[in-house]
Design a binder for this molecule. Structure first.
Ligand code: ADP
Length: 339
């Protein structure tokens, strides 16, 4: 079994198909995120009472925590149509104009990775968000003039993994900003139990905490692990996921007791052994581990920070004592330098 995409940033294409059936459709089915759900419910109820369409919403948090799912839940709860796209897919202002003019009143436009919209496109989006209008430049040179086109009253739901890369004018145009947090292990257990039921996989109660404690507090990874363990169970255990099957599969996947995979360990070991524990800049760390700086920042680092294995200091990343303990390293100073 390959381990390399356990913490992959985006859902793979076959995973998207598999995910479709697993995505909760209502706020009630949507597990955890109590803070975000509570605020969202008030926001949706208030708009409903006023018989107005909802304001624009920004969701942010690490990949796989349920931003796309929540956008679809919002559409479902408000009975709206939803059009889904992503920042990098909208290359030119014309692409955005085509999307906006095809929306209907009350529709939701979901833009994933909204921090990756380019400046020119962003500028078309501002009047669209604020005045439901599109400013088009017609003609060239001295005879060029702007034409204002009215747009349907849509609601934008944006999702980002990198709040710090969002421009201030963009951020200011959202009526509600909801941070999504890492899930508790019991919440991940109920997500796995729910997915297993939908997928018709038999799973022992005792196997649930084994899988959830290794899912990096992230639903996408929990579902991914479940899928791999289901394959393993089909080959080795007659289809049923017992504790032994769960442990065997996770060992094959090279996921350790805390859910760290080979890349997490590579990053932590580089910090400990090549840089005496840090601090070290993200680009240097990326070069030493042959990973992209963005991948470290977006995928690996949030969880390592969350479990207290990494520290961010003004001078760079530092490994913590608990990480060293987990890796079985007593003293960074005594480690042989690999550089
Ligand atoms: P993101 O857009 O933040 O990267 P997704 O919304 O694509 O994450 O979620 C990844 C998968 O995790 C989805 O397919 C969905 O099945 C599952 N999931 C996410 N959030 C929840 C939740 N709160 N309850 C149950 N399943 C969830």
């Amino acid at each position: 079994m390959a381990d390399k995409d356990i913490t992959k940033l985006e859902a793979t294409s076959d995973e998207e198909i598999y995910d479709c059936g697993l995505r909760p459709k209502t706020l009630q089915e949507y597990v955890g995120q109590h803070h975000a759900k509570k605020n969202l419910q008030v926001f949706l109820d208030a708009a409903k009472k006023r018989k107005e369409s909802i304001e624009h919403i920004l969701l942010y948090g690490p990949p796989g925590l349920g931003k796309t799912t929540l956008a679809n839940v919002i559409a479902n709860e408000t009975g709206s149509g939803i059009r889904t796209t992503s920042g990098p897919a909208i290359e030119r202002p014309g692409d955005l104009a085509a999307i906006l003019t095809n929306l209907k009143d009350g529709d939701i436009l979901f833009i994933d990775e909204i921090h990756r919209l380019n400046r020119l496109v962003e500028e078309v989006l501002y009047p669209a968000m604020e005045d439901y209008a599109l400013d088009l430049v017609v003609g060239k040179g001295p005879s060029a003039r702007t034409l204002r086109l009215d747009l349907p009253k849509f609601a934008l739901v944006g999702a980002t993994t990198r709040m710090s890369l969002m421009s201030a004018p963009m951020r200011d145009r959202f009526g509600l900003i909801l941070p999504l947090e890492f899930y508790e292990d019991d919440e991940i257990s109920s997500i796995i139990a729910r997915s297993a039921k939908i997928l018709n996989v038999a799973i022992d109660k005792k196997a649930l905490p084994i899988l959830s404690s290794r899912s990096r507090k992230t639903p996408r990874i929990a579902n991914r692990i479940l899928r791999r363990v289901r394959d393993y169970a089909e080959v080795h255990g007659g289809g049923r996921i017992s504790t032994d099957i769960a442990l065997g599969a996770l060992e094959d996947l090279d996921v350790d007791a805390l859910g760290l995979d080979r890349t997490d360990r590579k990053i932590l070991l580089a910090l400990a052994q090549k840089f005496s524990g840090g601090p070290v800049g993200i680009n240097t760390l990326a070069a030493a581990t042959a990973e992209e700086p963005e991948t470290i920042e977006e995928v690996y680092e949030p969880f390592l920070l969350q479990i207290g294995f990494l520290e961010r200091t003004p001078r760079g990343r530092k490994i913590t004592v608990s990480a060293l303990r987990h890796l079985g390293i007593k003293n960074v100073e005594n480690q042989p330098k690999l550089l």
